[in-house]
Design a protein around this ligand. Structure first.
Ligand code: FAD
Ligand code: SF4
Ligand code: SF4
Length: 469
């Protein structure tokens, strides 16, 4: 260990930008055993590991790095999977530069340990070696849970609850398991077979999936199960209120990305085949600065767009998206227009230009973020024949949608829960993931799913004991 002074940081090889622009495959390779051991050995085994503190799952990073450096990979996998249900997914798509790696103490002088890549390596080795097994339930508890939503929050909760011996039923309105990991996040960040592999494992563990099942009445599931988890994510796209926002060829990000992901999965997508959702040959402008915007610009590049521009009203330093994703997009030829906001869409039926307003940063607000102020007289037209709005998501109004007026909301319109138990205002109904937090990250959804599962287990056991008394 402690090799960081004489061993430089090295990530697995990345497909060169020119080649990756023509395909949807993941861009990062995997370490070979020697590289993984050498990179893991750079860790200085900190007494207070800031990497671990800043990992939402509090993964025991220094210990599994040490085990990897020593070639004890089965133990490394046992340790890493003890706190993370899907380490192969987090290793690929966590914004490590903002979480574990961004807080690694050697980052300042020597560049961080490549934690995410090692986590992915450990788990891929575990899969290849047959160490990842379906859950074997010794004794069934006789209790049953219903989980609405097969995204990472619902799947992590299902995994934990099945381990406790409960019968687990997952309901999802989609035809596939994975939530945004399937229909939001593009293949070049997370190949779909990685998600499918987990689906199969959970199915083999005895978890029952009810797909194409759009839950409309909460009561229906409450009657069937001893506890219910709502893990439905947030999907209501935020729009921009500027002139001509209803012109043709202006799309919400998820509409665009879902079509692209479905196409990649081999589905029939008439709107893509007709050319509407296909960026090929078009001058594409993506509005927004988060990870969803980065996924849109990089998808448009791969579809063969004539040009791809990202408009963001703040500057690079204030972008919410991961710096690593911005760099990848730039390498692939995306143009970033910082401090630029759309003022109006221009066109007859279809958008043909965006009138762009130059902005400057102003005073810091209460949350510490700088405000943005339009610069008087500085606007210009930008050619555009496909605009994609990636401005974030809000929660649907679930109480009305599900005829459950007792379901209480937070001030942000997400579901309100007891922070300790994850129970909502309805007894026996719990919630986790984006539907509670607002649009967030897969790693936080996993964390919430795990915590909610514990709350549900405790609730069911207490209720059972009371009934028996
Ligand atoms: P979701 O993943 O949204 O899953 C919710 C599930 O509930 C869906 O399958 C949905 O069909 C189902 N559902 C909803 N309503 C009903 C209903 N009434 N009945 C039945 N089923 C229902 N995070 C990262 O960590 N790294 C990234 O790189 C990253 N990139 C992203 C890119 C995009 C384009 C987007 C949109 C998000 C990205 N995220 C990323 C965020 C991450 O995907 C989410 O935070 C995470 O998936 C939330 O998990 P969840 O389980 O709460 O919800
Ligand atoms: Fe880092 Fe994410 Fe893995 Fe935690 S789960 S160690 S934040 S990559
Ligand atoms: Fe190792 Fe960096 Fe974590 Fe310290 S902060 S334990 S050096 S990975």
């Amino acid at each position: 260990m402690l090799k960081f002074t004489d061993t430089p940081q090295h990530y697995p090889d990345t497909t060169p930008a020119e080649a990756r622009k023509r395909e949807f495959d993941e861009i990062y390779g995997n370490f070979d055993p020697a590289e993984a051991a050498v990179q893991a050995a750079r860790c200085s085994q900190c007494g207070i590991p800031f990497c671990q503190i800043h990992c939402p799952l509090q993964n025991n990073i220094p210990d599994w790095l040490k085990l990897t450096a020593e070639g004890r990979l089965e133990e490394a996998y046992a340790m890493s999977s003890a706190t993370n249900n899907f380490p192969e997914i987090c290793g690929r798509i966590c914004p490590q530069d903002k979480l574990c790696e961004g807080n690694c103490v050697i980052e300042k002088g020597f560049k961080s340990v490549t934690i995410g890549a090692v986590e992915k390596y450990i788990t891929e080795t575990a899969f290849a070696s047959g160490w990842v097994k379906p859950i074997h339930v010794g004794r069934e508890s006789g209790l049953s849970v219903g989980i609405i939503g097969a995204g990472p929050a619902g799947l992590a909760a299902a995994d934990m609850l099945r381990r406790r011996g409960h019968a687990v039923h997952i309901y999802d309105r989609y035809d596939r398991v994975g939530g945004l990991m399937i229909y939001g996040i593009p293949n070049f960040k997370l190949e779909k077979h990685i998600v499918l592999r987990r689906h199969h494992l959970l199915k083999e563990s005895g978890i029952e999936f009810h797909l194409n099942y759009d839950v409309r009445h909460l009561e229906e599931l409450r009657e069937k199960h001893d506890a219910v988890l709502i893990a439905t994510g947030v999907y209501k796209a935020r729009g921009i209120e500027i002139p001509n926002a209803s012109l043709d060829n202006i799309f919400p990000a998820m509409t665009y990305l879902t079509a692209s992901n479905r196409k990649g999965l081999g589905d029939k997508v008439p709107e893509f085949d007709s050319g509407a959702f296909n960026a090929e040959g078009k001058e594409v402008v993506v509005i927004g600065g988060g990870d969803t915007a980065m996924d849109c610009v990089r998808t448009a590049v791969r579809q063969g767009a004539a040009s791809v521009t990202c408009l963001y009203r703040r500057d690079r330093a204030n972008m919410p998206g991961s710096a690593r994703e911005v760099k990848n997009a730039e390498e692939e030829g995306v143009q970033f227009m910082w401090l630029s906001a759309p003022r109006a869409f221009v066109g007859n039926d279809r958008v043909s230009q965006i009138l762009v307003q130059r902005m400057r940063l102003g005073a810091h607000d209460a949350g510490g973020r700088q405000s943005v102020i339009p610069i008087e007289g500085e606007s210009f037209p930008l050619p555009c024949d496909m605009a994609i709005e990636a401005l974030g998501f809000d929660a649907e109004e679930l109480p009305a949608l599900w005829s459950a007026p007792e379901l209480k909301l937070s001030q942000y319109g997400t579901l309100a829960i007891d922070q300790k138990t994850f129970e909502t205002s309805l007894p026996g109904v719990f919630a986790a993931g984006d539907i509670v937090r607002g649009a967030s990250l897969v790693v936080w959804a996993i964390k919430d799913g795990r915590d909610a599962a514990e709350g549900m287990h405790q609730y069911m056991m207490t209720t059972k004991q009371r009934a028996a008394a």
